[in-house]
Design a protein around this ligand. Sequence first.
Ligand code: PRP
Ligand code: URA
Length: 208
Amino acid sequence: MPLTVIDHPLVQHKLALLRDERTGSKDFRELVTEVTMLMAFEAMRDLELEDVQIQTPVASMTAKTLSGKKLALVAILRAGLIMVDGILRLVPAAKVGHIGTYRDPETKNPVRYYAKLPSDISDRRVFVLDPMLATGGSAIDAIQEMKNAGASSIKLLNIIAAPEGVARVAAAHPDVEIIVAALDSHLNEHAYIVPGLGDAGDRIYGTK
Ligand code: PRP
Ligand code: URA
């Protein structure tokens, strides 16, 4: 299964704060941003580099800069939006796409209401951002939309995933690497992740 769990101590510490029901929206948003930036280090480990000649105040040297395919970040709305900010601080030239879906409360299936992707997404490495991977329905639908638009290099970043969702995404899109900060126990009868952190969108935006 193409799954990477980033269990760095800093990530685990921030995850404990994020999961805690006493954490309010302001801190929750900041923690999501911080965990996303830490995850990005691992998710972007294989970015290509090229040599450049530079002059430091002391000597000339051969340094490295990013080369190869440019990047695209795609947020699955609403909750994925907050993950974009952290990664844009690291790679400000990345283009950003948005896919709007919500889960139908009865069927738990994703309902798409919006999609806007970079027109050159086929030439870019794509990082799909959503804090939660539960049944996997939203991610599978969003990834299919990106593939239909020509994307071929796709990684999915979720802060917390359920085994059920990982298995479904891996079956539907085996070429997509899934990177998570935590793989939780299971889904409950409402398709919420256990222990999870509750409804990510509601906790980020203070809605119910
Ligand atoms: C949440 C979450 C994912 C989805 C995961 O969004 O941010 O997009 O659920 O569930 P799944 O893997 O079963 O599809 P939600 O539908 O609550 O919408 P929101 O972000 O607008 O609150
Ligand atoms: N969406 C969330 O925000 N949380 C879950 O646990 C499952 C879906």
